[in-house]
Design a protein around this ligand. Structure first.
Ligand SMILES: C[S@@+](CC[C@H](N)C(=O)[O-])C[C@H]1O[C@@H](n2cnc3c(N)ncnc32)[C@H](O)[C@@H]1O
Length: 268
């Protein structure tokens, strides 16, 4: 009777063969696409170029019904409590399509080959706001969480909120982790604040916390003073925990491609 180990390695060989065939096919399709005339930056639909058609494009987050008013109130601040550089204006948000663009990765050596990535659409200086991380804001409790999501970002552990961009989001959902692509990340998630309407407050607005993608600071030695150049991929660190849980899922579901990537990421 064949052992389970032998079964798995047979499956893995078959899987690798299929991968090679699929890569060849993808290569041909990408080449065909590159020969086609370029699509305008924004499609007639108003969606960014290369936006996945099965995902809802958001300009502001959606909120789970499980999020309480008390939790939400913990995200509100007065303008006087905030540093100027963490206040994101409406015009900075509106500039998202000018700062970054979604690209389908054509390089077969890239670990996310064939998937999407987020790229700088112009030179971005250190600390520059790139875009908000938009999605569905939900509680971290199991009944309000999609355990299979690859786009779920912890918003605040103490307040018990996360942002999931698996079914809806904006350009930020395409930002890849730096592992296997570059030596280090060039951007990061940072807390920031946006102005939202509030009838109860003087001035009719309040500042509500969000998460954004920002170019990394120049650093004490000014090592990263060049920021991110136009055309460069915007890469963040998802953290080892993301890859450890991805590895466990890949082991159980026998997703050998992801297992290889997650293994390298955990060890790297
Ligand atoms: C938040 S999504 C990033 C965008 C994704 N590439 C897409 O096309 O939608 C996270 C997923 O992207 C892929 N990914 C991101 N960074 C990666 C990396 N460094 N190596 C391999 N795959 C990566 C993995 O499939 C991961 O589960």
């Amino acid at each position: 009777m064949p052992s389970k180990k032998r079964d798995i390695s047979k499956k893995q060989i078959e899987w690798e063969k299929k991968q090679e065939e699929a890569a060849k096919k993808r290569e041909e399709e990408l080449k065909k696409r590159q020969d086609e005339p370029p699509v305008p930056e924004e499609e007639a639909s108003g969606l960014p170029k290369n936006w996945p058609e099965d995902i809802t494009y958001l300009t502001e987050p959606t909120w789970s019904e499980a999020v309480t008013e008390e939790q939400r109130a913990l995200l509100w601040h007065l303008a006087s409590e905030l540093d100027a550089n963490c206040k994101i204006t409406a015009s900075q948000i509106a500039a998202t399509p000018k700062t970054c663009a979604i690209t389908i990765i054509a390089d077969p050596k890239h670990p996310a080959h064939g998937q999407r990535g987020l790229f700088a659409a112009q030179d971005l200086e250190p600390d520059r706001f790139v875009c908000l991380y938009l999605g569905h804001i939900h509680r971290n409790i199991p009944s309000d969480t999609d355990p299979a999501s690859d786009y779920d970002l912890c918003f605040d552990r103490e307040i018990d909120l996360s942002v999931d961009a698996s079914r809806s989001g904006n350009q930020s959902r395409c930002a890849n982790d730096y592992r296997g692509i570059a030596e280090r990340p060039n951007a990061e998630f940072r807390d920031c604040f946006v102005k939202v309407p509030c009838a109860k407050r003087a001035g009719g607005t309040k500042w509500e916390r969000r998460v954004g993608i920002f170019v990394l600071s120049a650093g004490k030695a000014g090592k990263r003073k060049q920021g991110v150049k136009a055309g460069e991929e915007i890469l963040i660190s998802y953290g080892k925990q993301f890859w450890e849980s991805r590895k466990t899922v890949a082991q159980v579901s026998e997703e050998f491609g992801m297992l290889k990537v997650a293994d390298a990421a955990v060890e790297g």
